[in-house]
Write a protein that binds this ligand. Structure first.
Ligand code: ZN
Length: 421
């Protein structure tokens, strides 16, 4: 529903008609004053009668009768982009027009699914904590309580490792209409199809290292935090779905701005934890090419693995050197994973993350653009990447799961792979 009120801009005192499309119980918003371009912040909250109300502690609400001059109208909408200074037109109707009759209902389903996943994040995060600590009784009880029917009656070893992932991942389809996740998954997983025993032995030693669990936990924390903060990025989902349909993004269509500071931190942290995960990919590639999992290239081995793009002094010889190498080197070794490389590149832009690291990343409120390295792009480009990062984090969780499953099925005494069932 659309809530409207009459306010005075706290910066320039010009009268404004403020319209907010409300989609959730508590909805913070930021709009730009149409006259002076200052940021105006407030939120809508659900009152005792269940209906939404404005909560505008820093803003003077005015009576329209007391205003003689011209009103400017500003509109924002919780979960959809909008044309902020377009007057009374509805964000919902413009989105409908832009998607068209054939695509809009499907998109709304995806939107509802993504919002649902955000609402379920607390029990899922607790359950994941039990999974990491292998507190199986607590995990079972929590999942039965919150997701009745979706959790097996007598979960097996494999159920407990896979059921929660199976449970979360179908919902991620709503965030990944291009199917980057399943394509990259097939590419990476297929590396070990014919080398299960070698992978099991490698995974056994990898998961025994405490750093593995710490890394797994870091990824999970980022993933669940971003799901919880879905109000910050959900409006850009429309852009991702529009692009997946091959439709242009209309100029002037803006995504309501989230908390730039925390999203910027999330971007940087997502990148760092993703870099920490990459050695897991490299070990699988080594195994598939018949090398020792830790060895990338013996200096005497002319057929060893050295991406052409790298200078000789930047090439690495083993997984340990790889782990300590700089980001550009790590990325170069994705050269044998074209899908994952594409997924990576569409999740992380080197310019954006360098600008964030050097505090050269700016958001321009009135224009709805971000500026970095002398470039200006629409704000939604940044949020689109962040949504891809969410599914990429889920992909890493899936990869950690694969290591844990195979690592638990290696018998170190007899040096045999025990099989998965
Ligand atoms: Zn103003």
């Amino acid at each position: 529903m659309i809530l409207r009120t009459y306010i005075e801009c706290p910066a320039c005192q010009e009268p404004i008609v403020l319209r907010v499309g409300v989609t959730r119980a508590r909805q913070p918003f930021t709009v730009a004053c149409p006259s002076c371009e200052s940021a105006i912040r407030g939120e809508t909250v659900e009152a005792d009668d269940g209906l939404p109300r404005f909560h505008l502690p820093e803003i003077r609400v005015i009576d329209p009768k007391d205003v003689s001059g011209e009103w400017r109208i500003v509109t924002t909408y919780g979960d959809l982009p909008n044309f902020p200074n377009s007057g009374e037109y509805s964000a919902f109707l413009s989105a409908h027009n832009i998607f068209g009759d054939e695509n809009f209902p499907g998109f709304l389903n995806f939107l509802a699914t993504a919002r649902w996943l955000g609402d379920k994040v607390d029990p899922l995060e607790h359950a994941y904590g039990f999974y990491l600590k292998q507190k199986w009784d607590l995990l079972d009880r929590l999942m039965w309580k919150n997701f009745e029917g979706a959790w097996p009656e007598n979960p097996s070893f494999l159920d407990r490792h896979t059921a929660m992932h199976r449970f979360i991942f179908p919902y991620l389809v709503s965030l990944d209409p291009e199917g980057l996740y399943p394509q990259a998954k097939y590419e990476v997983w297929s590396r070990i199809f014919k080398k299960e025993a070698a992978f099991s032995e490698c995974a056994y030693s990898v998961i025994a290292n405490p750093e593995f669990e710490a890394m797994n936990r870091r990824v999970a924390e980022q993933f669940f935090n971003l799901l919880r903060a879905n109000a910050e990025w959900l409006p850009a989902l429309a852009i991702i779905h529009l692009r997946a349909k091959g439709r242009p993004v209309p100029s002037g269509w803006q995504v309501p701005v989230g908390r730039i500071d925390s999203l910027r931190d999330a971007y940087r942290q997502n990148f760092e934890v993703s870099c920490q995960i990459l050695p897991l990919i490299i070990r699988m590639q080594n195994i598939s090419e018949g090398r020792d999992p830790e060895s990338i290239r013996d200096p005497a081995d002319l057929n060893g693995w050295a991406p052409r793009i790298l200078r000789v002094q930047d090439c690495v010889n083993n997984a340990n050197q790889y782990t300590k190498s700089k980001a550009a080197t790590k990325e170069a070794y994705l050269n044998r994973h074209p899908y994952l490389r594409y997924y990576w590149n569409s999740s992380f832009s080197r310019d954006v993350r360098n600008s964030i690291a050097h505090a050269e990343f700016d958001y321009v409120m009135h224009g709805g653009v971000i500026a970095y390295k002398g470039r200006e792009v629409p704000y939604y480009v940044f949020i689109e990447a962040l949504i891809r990062q969410i599914t990429l984090l889920a992909f890493w969780l899936d990869l950690c799961k694969l290591y844990k499953i195979y690592g638990s099925r290696w018998d170190p005494q007899n040096r045999v792979f025990l099989g998965l069932s």
